[in-house]
Design a binder for this molecule. Structure first.
Ligand SMILES: CC(C)(COP(=O)(O)OP(=O)(O)OC[C@H]1O[C@@H](n2cnc3c(N)ncnc32)[C@H](O)[C@@H]1OP(=O)(O)O)[C@@H](O)C(=O)NCCC(=O)NCCS
Length: 169
């Protein structure tokens, strides 16, 4: 069941990120696998402002989550992580569709994210969900800032891109 995150979901969210990112080791991106998960206080910030959604299994355990922010008036997916034991079951897609629906109902006309261009479950996957690459020359100031930060922390060791999905309201 997809629902807004609660305070006591934070610990599960951190362990999901650690487990989900481990798959990057298999494709030679150990630095991503080894990166520390987002700190609890940052996750609390998303949760307190109702910008964190989780999905649960049949027993009510949190198995996936999505974090959203609003950049220059455009909702932006900061993170989506699915525990590897539950990967490939459509949970990532359902979280993204739930947030796209929420954003459409709020009157937003697009949704953005940044991701690795060549990782099969990143940009090619988001393209199948309706996202298109945003050329560097067309980045909003907020997205430019996000991309600059990503470059500064070394993520551009592998090609990355911003992507945008138009929402039908
Ligand atoms: C990316 C992620 C959120 C997708 O969640 P999910 O619940 O597994 O996603 P879905 O079941 O909706 O779909 C998985 C898609 O990835 C593709 N995929 C997964 N692993 C793949 C692989 N090794 N090679 C090629 N494609 C792969 C599947 O084919 C599927 O695409 P399709 O439904 O269009 O066929 C999840 O895999 C994850 O948490 N990955 C690690 C962290 C990450 O990369 N997060 C995103 C960047 S912040």
């Amino acid at each position: 069941m997809i629902r807004l995150a609660q305070e006591d979901d934070i610990r599960s969210m951190m362990s999901i990120e650690r487990a989900a990112d481990a798959v990057f080791r298999d494709i030679g991106m150990a630095a991503i696998a080894d990166a520390e998960p987002m700190p609890a206080d940052a996750l609390h910030g998303y949760q307190r402002s109702d910008r964190a959604w989780v999905d649960t299994d049949d027993l009510g355990r949190v198995v996936a989550y999505l974090l959203l922010e609003v950049l220059d008036g455009v909702p932006h997916i900061e993170q989506v992580s699915v525990h590897p034991s539950y990967a490939g079951q459509g949970k990532g897609r359902q979280l993204i569709e739930a947030v796209a629906e929420w954003a459409g109902l709020q009157g937003f006309s697009s949704l953005t994210l940044t991701t690795f261009t060549e990782v099969p479950w990143n940009a090619p996957y988001y393209a199948r969900l309706g996202f298109e690459a945003v050329p560097a020359s067309q980045l909003s100031p907020g997205l430019r800032h996000v991309r600059a930060h990503e470059t500064a922390i070394g993520l551009d060791e592998w090609p990355r891109t911003a992507m945008r999905r138009a929402l039908s309201n």
